[in-house]
Design a protein around this ligand. Structure first.
Ligand code: F0G
Length: 469
């Protein structure tokens, strides 16, 4: 592991966020004009999920599966063995997973939500309750699909966009204790999302995880990690939690995983894959039930819906993501964007999360009421003005309820998710300049109405109309 020294180019004393790689293969970005993008936005009915990706200049829609693989990951792909059963690539993958997450059973899946579906099909069901700090949308949906209830127990600071608590992803331990005391017989397991994506990519402390594990185990419940961004979480622990400054990230990760009994994983995040996931756990009977479901829909347990070459790329990615040089760059580059936006007066969720910057569109566009979707207005403006694709996380996403009613979401945010190792500091400087332009036009931005929407998950396909042309 590389140590930090005062003359290290990655030292925080340098203004430049030193990217610890050089570019080996490039993908062209197609230049477009604002006029062209206004036309494309109109054609897409102002829904950025409907825009063709080659009409996007900087794609900050998600950090999931959109990162750049390394030279060594592409080389590992050549070692992929596509045997249906017992592929050597599976054992390379399993060893790499167990190096950081030493669970007995490692079950590959095609992505994170497949692991969630399998786990909750076994553990969920009507009358069951599954607590988490905050369930990610797909986790919540997979819990609820089985008839179970998904409960979020994040600490109060985690709901405050400007609290400077260092671990805003922590779970409220008293609330967990109360839930397990009152309704313990309905709870099959406890989940913890690290980092807490739906709460703004905020980390969970080791002390909190220890507290959650202690309470869960005292009540006889297994603890599962939704560990997509485990390395970013470990880096925050190293930076912010007393006692961990000198710890190596792989050791922090092993300590985290040792407190839990299993995990679900989207390998499209920190494992640096374009596709993949897994379910890992210690319980033999639960593992057998999960493997049986895996065979039904994903594939044989040594490939689980992935190609052997994908398993090789993920194994290599796991060795790269725990590098201190990489993580220092990663977390600094997210903070670099957030700090610049805050300095110019753009209201953001602070402190910045690990993988994304969340802009408070309701505060930036106070003249647009929540039911005219200020988040959508900002996201469309960023696209039209600068070709930046972001994601509304607000009233469009959460405002419509199953009974047909519509209410403002708790917040109207726009997420700028940073793909791993994909954009340089110049690209991010361009994003910052686009925000400068947006700021000069804030009063001219109008809201939207929804002209058509599907019965569920409307944000993917809804058609919008501008209320002001
Ligand atoms: N858990 C968390 C915390 C996630 O952020 C995601 C995906 C999943 C589970 C599901 O994984 O996509 O591989 O099935 N988050 C992406 C995002 C989609 O944009 O935040 P998946």
């Amino acid at each position: 592991m590389t140590s930090t020294t005062s003359h290290d180019p990655a030292d925080a004393a340098y203004r430049t966020v030193f990217e610890p790689f050089r570019i080996h293969s490039v993908e062209p970005l197609r230049m477009t004009t604002a006029g062209y993008r206004r036309e494309k936005a109109r054609e897409a009915a102002y829904n950025l999920f409907q825009v063709h990706a080659d009409d996007v200049l900087i794609d900050l829609l998600t950090d999931s599966g959109t990162g750049a693989m390394s030279r060594d990951q592409w080389a590992a792909i050549q070692h992929g063995d596509e045997s249906y059963a017992g592929s050597p690539s599976y054992f390379v993958f399993k060893d790499a997973v167990q190096e950081l997450f030493p669970y007995t059973h490692v079950i590959p899946t095609h992505q994170g939500r497949a692991a969630e579906r399998i786990l909750f099909q076994v553990l969920g069901g009507a009358g069951r309750v599954i607590p988490s700090n905050t369930h990610f949308d797909t986790t919540r949906a997979n819990v609820e699909y089985t008839g179970a209830e998904a409960v979020d127990l994040v600490i109060a600071e985690g709901r405050d966009p400007h609290s400077d608590h260092p671990f805003k992803g922590n779970m409220d331990l008293d609330a967990l204790e109360a839930l397990l005391t009152e309704r313990g017989d309905t709870v099959p397991c406890v989940m913890m999302t690290i980092t807490n994506n739906s709460g703004g990519g905020q980390p969970v402390s080791m002390a909190n995880l220890r507290g959650v594990a202690e309470i869960a185990h005292r009540h006889g419940k297994p603890l599962f990690l939704d560990a997509c961004r485990f390395a970013e979480n470990a880096w925050f622990v190293k930076q912010r939690e007393p006692g961990y400054a000198d710890a190596e990230v792989p050791d922090i990760v092993r300590e985290m995983s040792g407190m839990a009994d299993g995990m679900t994983m989207s390998a499209k995040k920190d494992p640096m894959g374009n596709i993949g996931g897994w379910l890992a756990l210690n319980d033999d009977d639960l593992a057998m039930a999960c493997r049986n479901l895996l065979i039904l829909t994903e594939g044989f347990p040594t490939y689980g819906g992935l190609a052997g070459r994908d398993l090789e790329a993920l194994a290599q990615g796991l060795t790269e993501v725990v590098s201190h040089d990489y993580l220092r760059y990663r977390i600094r580059s997210t903070a670099y964007l957030a700090d610049a936006l805050v300095r110019m007066g753009v209201p953001c969720l602070t402190p910045a999360g690990g993988h994304a910057v969340y802009v408070d569109a309701r505060a930036l566009l106070p003249h647009i009421p929540p039911l005219e979707y200020p988040g959508q207005a900002l996201a469309v403006a960023l696209y039209e003005i600068g070709g930046i694709r972001s994601c509304e996380i607000g009233t469009v996403m959460f405002g419509r309820h199953p009974d047909g009613s519509e209410t403002p979401a708790a917040m109207d945010l726009v997420r700028l998710a940073i793909p791993r190792r994909t954009y340089t500091q110049s690209h991010i400087d361009y994003v910052i300049e686009v925000f400068e332009r947006v700021l000069t036009q804030v009063d001219d931005l109008g809201g939207y109405r929804i002209a058509w929407e599907p019965p569920a998950l409307r944000h993917f396909t809804a058609r919008f109309e501008p209320l002001r042309s």
